[in-house]
Every structure is written in C-alpha cells, then in structure tokens.
Design a protein around this ligand. Structure first.
Ligand code: C5P
Ligand code: C5P
Ligand code: C5P
Ligand code: ZN
Length: 518
C-alpha cells in the first residue's frame, strides 16, 4: 500500500516491523494535546496489532526522564511527540543496550540519528506546519495495520492485493485520522485557517473513513459549546469593535438580528444553527467589521476550515477539533494525562466529565494569565519581548498564555515573545496519588520547585517565520550558551535555563533573532 504520506512510508514500515518483533512495548508520550492524541493513536494501533504495551507521559523528555524509561524492563520503547530532540541522550542508552527506541515525532532532531526514527523533517516535510506528533503516529499506525494484516494473511511475504481492509476504517486504522487532526490543530498547525501538506492528506483519509467532516465556517473558538453571546464576546483573535470583549455589545448585536436565537429562554449555540442562520450572523459580523474599519486581511481570518468529528455528539467539545484539543491540554498540562487519554479512547471511566472539570480550571488559568501579562506588560528588547511570570503562571501553560497575549495592549505581534516561569519538578503523571493530583490542579506552579532552573517558552507568528524566524534555534542556542537546553519548532519553542543566567540568555536570544530577521 501507499500510506497517507508516501515519503515516510518506508521508514514507517521499518518502525512497524520493529514493533511487531517486540514482546511488549513501553509507549512514552508528551503531556499536551498533540502528545495525548499521539499516544491514543499509537495505543489503539498497538492494541489492534495485539502488541502488549504500557503508557507513560512526561512533561519533558530530559535526561532524568530518559533514565527512568531505561530503568524499566522494556526492551522496546515507542516515543511519540518527543524523542527526536533527545536522540543524543537516547542514543547513549541504546548503545548501552538498555532499549531499542522507535520514534514518531515532529520536533527538530538532535545531532544523531537512529534506525527506527519517523520524523517528517528527515524527509523535507515541515514538522511545525505539515505534520504533528499525532500525524507521525498516524502514519506509523497505518503502516502497523498494513504490516500486521499482511503478516497474518500470508505469512509476511507480500501485501494481499485484494485485502478487504479497505472497506473497514478500523481494520486499516484510518478511523484514527480524527485524533491525528485533533493533534495537529492542538499544535496550531492549521495556519491561515486550514491544515496543509501531509496533514491535508490525513484529513482526506479521515473524511473517506467517515470520521471527519470539513467545511468553511466561522473561525471562532467555541462553536460547539459556547452560547452565542459568549462565542462572540470571547472571540478576540480578530477584534470586532463593539462586540469583542463586550458582553453588552455581543448581546445587542445578536438582538438586532431578526433571528430566534434563544430556545426555552437559553441562548443557542453555533453548532445547533441552520446554515441560513449561520449565514445571516456571519454576514452581519463581517459587515460590522467592515464598517468599523477592520482591515480585509483580518476579516479573512474570521472564516476558516472547521474540522468536525461527526461521530461525536453535537454540542460537545469532542465534536470540534479545536475544542477537543483544548480539552486535552486541560488534562495533560495539569498532570492528568490519564484523563485525557481516557477521553481519546472513547470516554473510558467517565473521563469526559472529569476532563470538563479540568477545562473550567484551565480556562480560568489562561484568562488570569493573559490578564496578568497584559497588566504587568512585557519588556521590549531590540528584536524580542519578554516577561517573567515567576510562580504566578504554571510552566506548562506559560507558553499558551504568551501566545494568546500577543496582540494585546503593549504586546507586539511583530516580535517574538519569550516567557520565564518557575520550573517545578518533573513528576510522571501516571501513577501519581489522587491527593497529589488534586493539589496540582491550580494554575500556580506547585511548591515542588526544580531548584535552580527556569522554564522558558517562546512564541512567534507565521508571518515572522516567513521572514526567517526559527525559535527552536533561538532558544536552543541561547540556552546551550548558558548551560541549559531547549528546542521545539520554528514558531513555538521552549527551553530550560539556570536561574541567574536569564539576562545572558536573553541577550544571546535577542542577537540570534536579530540575525534571523535581518
Ligand atoms: O510539544 P509541541 O510540539 O507540542 O508544542 C507545540 C506548541 O507550540 C503548542 O503549545 C502550540 O500551541 C504552539 N504553537 C503556537 N503557534 C503556532 C504553532 C504552535 O503557539 N503557530
Ligand atoms: O497549546 P497551544 O498554544 O495551542 O494553546 C492555545 C489554546 O488555547 C488552544 O488549545 C486554543 O484552542 C485555546 N483557546 C481557548 N480560548 C480561546 C482561544 C484559544 O481556550 N478563545
Ligand atoms: O512548553 P512549550 O509549550 O512552550 O513548548 C513549546 C515547544 O517547545 C514544544 O514543542 C516543546 O516540545 C518544545 N520544548 C523543547 N524543549 C524544552 C521545552 C519545550 O523542545 N526544554
Ligand atoms: Zn507536537
């Protein structure tokens, strides 16, 4: 067969064959929406291939985390949504015979390679905008189904031409495309309102398999779950004067439309409107924006491609890829990756209800964080801007806050933004006591500080990337210059730096950004 991403096919098949040789596999993944969906895709593929496995999540794949992995009994470790950037350290354990790594990732690789390494960047595919960790895991999952069905039907010789699997999306893992798309959206790969490249191929497979629907729609966050006035009030990516951030304005705007937008006294939600009703509201919004002088390029951003999961109930977070991914961030970034994984695997053990509780806290934390940064303001250097959140914003969400605050008063979108936060220890999220988990759900950093280190998160825009910005290089080099380390993507990256060296780190980072944008 040819997988969804032909350039990756040979490597995917090699990785799949290696997994099938294993008696059991340790699956290790990253604690964000993309990491969770990566794990969920891989877990279902392993389950279906009848390969026994156990799943663990790590906030960061640092030396200590890799040592923990190496100390397990497992001889085969599948890393998803991380691993490439740590291949130097992983390679040492591999050389020592601790385990064989199989990696499905999309981060910038370290200066070392390994045999079972599936990463779009090795094949000229952009890992920040064309394929996510969940996408790489999906490519692997498709190969795994293919290789295992071949092995099962004709003893591993050659693919059966008349395989009946093509008609059943579960048999060839195409149903997992929906999760792959949630991961890509969660990593903000839908630039300019839609997914591109390899991601778009995965979308096509998902549509064919009946697990995805796409369509042009209002590009606002909350179409499934927010009552209409809240949908409009909170939509601030494109500022519509008199509506964005204004409860009264949003209500007045809706009241003036000649539509029945309430039912039993309750405001309806976008997802429940007819297409005529949607059309009426969207046109009125665009008209309002035009009349208030919002530039055409901004108005274009009001509309984008919506990725809908038609098998999920209308009005739930799970039906919209963007809301689904936020729901997952609300679990994994608060050390409850188990809850997020349960949601991805079909609401195991009431996971959805628990995730929704976490989401309420997550939203409050994001909103408080954004307010804090906007009030305190950022410091402008020549080529970048930065703030120090101290222990007031959790290190796992400080990057999200930084990205969402860009464009607010005093926070430019024409310079990258860097944020510091106190680093907490790196506990494994699985296997933590319920008490410890409950104590961790506030937005503030936990008291368990990782002594002398600071977390850095960096965010840019696609426009800056087009001008040459690569934040993975910026924070990676600047951190290494002061004895820390970091990496990530061109548009979003992170690092750890020793406390006390942040000014030197910033100077170096400012210099590198200057060189990249000149
Ligand atoms: O681990 P990693 O790949 O998952 O995380 C990607 C991060 O980069 C996410 O938090 C995502 O929101 C962020 N990002 C961003 N802007 C982009 C692309 C990614 O803030 N344009
Ligand atoms: O991890 P990343 O940087 O993508 O996180 C940004 C998150 O904030 C996204 O998951 C996005 O869906 C969420 N969001 C939100 N409310 C908004 C806009 C975005 O919760 N109004
Ligand atoms: O933590 P944050 O959301 O800011 O991470 C942004 C990106 O940088 C993610 O892709 C993450 O995996 C990467 N990162 C990294 N090394 C670090 C911290 C973050 O590669 N020390
Ligand atoms: Zn990712």
């Amino acid at each position: 067969m040819t997988g969804p991403v032909p350039a990756l096919e040979d490597r995917a098949v090699a990785c799949a064959n290696r997994l099938l040789e294993a008696d059991s596999v340790l699956l290790a993944s990253h604690i964000d929406a993309d990491g969770l969906t990566s794990a969920a895709v891989a877990a279902q593929a392993l389950e279906r291939a009848e390969i026994p496995f156990e799943t663990v999540f790590e906030k960061q794949l640092d030396e200590a985390a890799i040592a923990r992995v190496a100390a397990t009994e497992y001889d085969t470790v599948l890393f998803t949504d991380f691993g490439s950037g740590q291949l130097d350290v992983i390679g040492e354990h591999e050389d020592a015979g601790a385990f064989t790594p199989v990696i499905a990732d999309h981060h910038q690789p370290a200066d070392r390679d390994t045999e079972f390494h599936l990463n779009p960047l090795l094949f000229g595919i952009n890992g920040a905008s064309e394929l996510s960790g969940a996408g790489a895991s999906y490519v692997l999952a498709r190969a795994l189904a293919d290789v295992s069905s071949t092995t099962a039907t004709d003893g591993g010789t050659k693919p059966a031409e008349t395989a009946t699997t093509a008609t059943n999306p579960r048999a060839d893992n195409r149903d997992l495309a929906a999760l792959a798309v949630v991961g890509a959206v969660g990593d903000m790969q839908a630039s300019g309102g839609e997914l591109h490249g390899a991601n778009a191929k995965i979308v096509e497979e998902g549509v064919d398999a009946g697990v995805l629907e796409t369509g042009t729609d209002l590009a606002l966050y909350g179409k499934q779950t927010r009552p209409l006035p809240k949908l409009l009030e909170y939509a601030t990516d494109v500022q519509i004067p008199g509506i964005s951030n204004s409860e009264r304005g949003a209500l007045r705007f809706l009241d003036e439309l000649d539509l029945e937008l309430k039912r039993d006294g309750e405001w309806r939600r976008w997802s429940g409107l007819s297409s005529d009703e949607k059309q009426t509201i969207a046109s009125a919004l665009v008209q309002r924006a035009v009349s208030k002088g919002v530039p055409a390029s901004k108005i274009d951003q009001l509309v984008g491609t919506a990725y809908v999961l038609p098998e999920e109930p209308v009005g739930t977070e799970l039906r919209d890829a963007s809301e689904f991914s936020t729901l997952l961030n609300a679990t994994a970034r608060y050390e409850r990756a188990d809850v997020g994984l349960g949601v991805c695997l079909g609401d195991r053990d009431g996971a959805l209800e628990r995730a929704r509780k976490l989401l309420r806290d997550h939203r409050r934390n994001l909103s408080n964080g954004i307010d804090l940064v906007t009030e305190k303001g950022v410091t402008h250097e020549d080529n970048l801007q930065w703030f120090d959140a101290g222990d007031e914003i959790r290190e796992t969400i400080v990057g999200i806050v930084a990205g969402m605050a860009m464009g607010n008063q005093g926070i430019s979108r024409s310079k990258p933004i860097l944020a510091f936060a106190e680093k907490s220890a790196n506990p494994r999220s699985a296997g933590k006591s319920a008490d410890a988990q409950a104590a961790d759900q506030s937005g503030e950093a936990t008291t368990e500080n990782d002594g002398g280190k600071l977390k850095v998160s960096a965010r840019g825009t696609h426009a800056l990337v087009r001008q040459g910005l690569d934040l993975s290089v910026v924070v990676g080099e600047a951190a290494r210059a002061v004895g820390g380390d970091g990496g990530g993507h061109d548009v979003a990256a992170g690092a750890t730096v020793p406390k006390g060296d942040e000014m030197e780190f910033l100077e170096r980072a400012d210099e590198i950004v200057g060189e990249q944008l000149s």
